[in-house]
Design a protein around this ligand. Structure first.
Ligand SMILES: Cc1ncc(COP(=O)(O)O)c(C=O)c1O
Length: 391
């Protein structure tokens, strides 16, 4: 019987041995064997089949992390998925696995600002050069490729500015020049976009967000194809960047309802976007208006949209922007997103990092909204009352 992924998520990983519907949390530093012979047998199996869940030490994982990896590998339709203690750990692991001193990497200008710091500042100390490309002009990507370019790092959509890129074109540029590719797919998750299936070598998701879904756990995942598997496997062993079993359990539990939550985030966000798109005081940064390039690029590659969106507000009166954001009653103020609740952030201190191609003017302000699982009509009423303050 063919099962859709939605059914698979509900039925997978039952534990008939313990008669619990969810698998147990197996915590272990020492993995105990009955004999030395058994240790050697397991080590031989691990060598032959490195994705088979054969461990001789807790840092490599336990059945709890293995189950999560298997579920994610199915969701991503990738060769394998590595799980890391944070989403940012997965960003680091992807880059660290395939770059060495003397290499160059080309990175999307609107990446998450810690990714910018890692590539531009930290990697330069190891003689790895970063060049940023304009997500809306891929000539800036192509013309910066040299013999030293090892990796193109994409984040889609761009952090806070929500630029949707032509992913197929990026992949064909990479293929033509034999360059590896990685994408941060936290916004869409493989529920809406499967990057490894599309042709990316590596795909990152911050499991902290929609995978766990309840704003109480941190984790990351890095899906890979067969080509880069060994490089990432070696780097993972060297760095010890692995998710612990308690967090793996919570993320597995969150995944049971990933489709249900993301479908609802999408519906709610669509309703709120329909309301926001009518307002002339700002530009809605979300794939909603059919005539925009962002909408076309989103439609070309994604099967749905999540709950994170932005507003680019034009106002000479910053206090009125502050008042608008601070008057929201149903939105919490805090970092991260992807949980059940609505959140708002005013990117007042240009938390976008120093971008090369953004050109945000002095009277333009970015506000980020995460549309949660509340009743969207309540959220709209709340935004409406707060908008009275925007001048
Ligand atoms: C797009 C994106 N990638 C990666 C991360 C890092 O994830 P984590 O906070 O789990 O380290 C974040 C966190 O906000 C993010 O927004």
């Amino acid at each position: 019987m063919t099962k859709s992924f939605k059914t698979f998520l509900k039925h997978t990983a039952k534990d008939f041995h313990n008669q619990s519907v969810n698998p147990p949390v197996v915590r272990a530093s020492t993995i105990i064997f009955k004999s030395m012979k058994d240790i050697r047998k397991t080590q031989a199996k691990a060598k032959k089949n490195p994705t088979g869940g054969f461990y001789d030490y807790g840092r490599q994982g336990t059945s709890t992390t293995y189950i999560l990896q298997k579920i994610l590998t199915k969701l991503e339709e990738s060769y394998h998925v590595f799980t890391t203690p944070t989403g940012f750990g997965a960003v680091f692991l992807a880059i660290f696995s395939v770059t060495r001193p003397g290499d160059e990497i080309i990175v999307a200008d609107p990446v998450y600002s810690p990714t910018r710091l890692l590539t531009e500042k930290f990697l330069s100390e190891f003689n790895i050069k970063t060049i940023f490309y304009n997500p809306n002009d891929l000539k800036t990507l192509e013309k910066n490729i040299t013999k030293k370019t090892k990796l193109i790092f994409v984040e889609n959509p761009g952090s806070n500015t929500f630029d949707f890129q032509d992913l197929g074109k990026i992949l064909s540029i990479a293929k033509k020049n034999k360059i590896l590719t990685a994408i941060d797919n936290t916004w869409g998750t493989p529920y809406f976009l499967k990057p490894v299936k599309l042709g990316f070598d590596m795909a990152i998701v911050s499991a902290t967000k929609y995978y766990s879904g309840h704003s109480d756990v941190m984790g990351g995942s890095l899906a890979v194809n067969k080509k880069v598997f060994s490089k990432v496997y070696n780097a993972e062993r060297i760095t010890g960047l692995r998710l612990g079993p308690d967090d793996a359990y919570l993320i597995t539990r969150g995944l049971r309802t990933l489709d249900v939550r993301l479908d609802r985030h999408r519906e709610n966000a669509k309703k709120v976007a329909a309301f926001l798109s009518k307002n002339k005081k700002f530009k809605l940064l979300y794939p909603f208006k059919k005539d925009s390039i962002n909408f076309r690029m989103w439609k070309k590659y994604y099967s749905g949209a999540s709950g994170l969106m932005g507003l680019k507000i034009k106002s000479k009166n910053i206090n009125s922007v502050r008042k608008f954001v601070n008057s929201l009653k149903l939105f919490g103020y805090g970092y991260s997103w992807g949980g059940f609740e609505s959140l708002a952030l005013h990117q007042e201190f240009r938390e976008t990092g120093k971008r090369k191609y953004m050109n945000l003017k002095k009277d333009e302000h970015l506000v980020r909204l995460h549309i949660g699982l509340e009743d969207p009509n309540d959220l709209i009423v709340d935004i409406k009352q707060a908008l009275r303050h925007l001048k």
